[in-house]
Design a protein around this ligand. Sequence first.
Ligand SMILES: [Zn+2]
Length: 213
Amino acid sequence: MKLIFLGAPGAGKGTHAKAVSEKLDIPTISTGNIIREAIKQETMAGLKARAFVEKGRLVPDGIVIEMLKERLSANDCENGYILDGFPRNTAQAEALDSMGVVIDRVLDLEVEDHVIEERLTGRRVCESCGASYHVVYNPSLKGDHCAECGGRLITRPDDAPEVVKDRLRVYHEQTEPLKGYYKALGKLFVAVGADEVSETTRRVFEALEAKAP
Ligand SMILES: [Zn+2]
């Protein structure tokens, strides 16, 4: 099954994509990882991308699509894959279509903004080992230090309240139109996030098994 996962930053896409990837035995392809990997291996596209990344700029669609094409032709994608973080806007979805990539289902994970804001702004990450905590839901036993290694817990710049608001705004503006795009194609399936991760996972699988409209 060829899948796209849609969901706001902090909606829990990564967690549920992992569950689906394990159950269906298909890889999760995230453009972030592809870009990092291509830069590391110094492929043609990787070298082009590096110039943008080093300046702190977004890698242009054309280069990302070139990398994606290469990645989707690998052996492990034969039975399908999950695209995470791509497409981000309608232009990228159209580019995917013109590459001849036929997606079976688009899974839209819906979580309300205020829930995401609470999740992300409460997140604390260990400076030393990268362990992740939450001030309310998963506090460290050592207060503002890591329970694993004693390192200092910090808020990642991406999780600062004003940055989270901005990321959500960008998501609603650019990525949400994709729902309409895939709905018109009869490929959009919605799972509403629940408080319990296991319940959300159940809803995700339910959406993937639901009869097509
Ligand atoms: Zn630590």
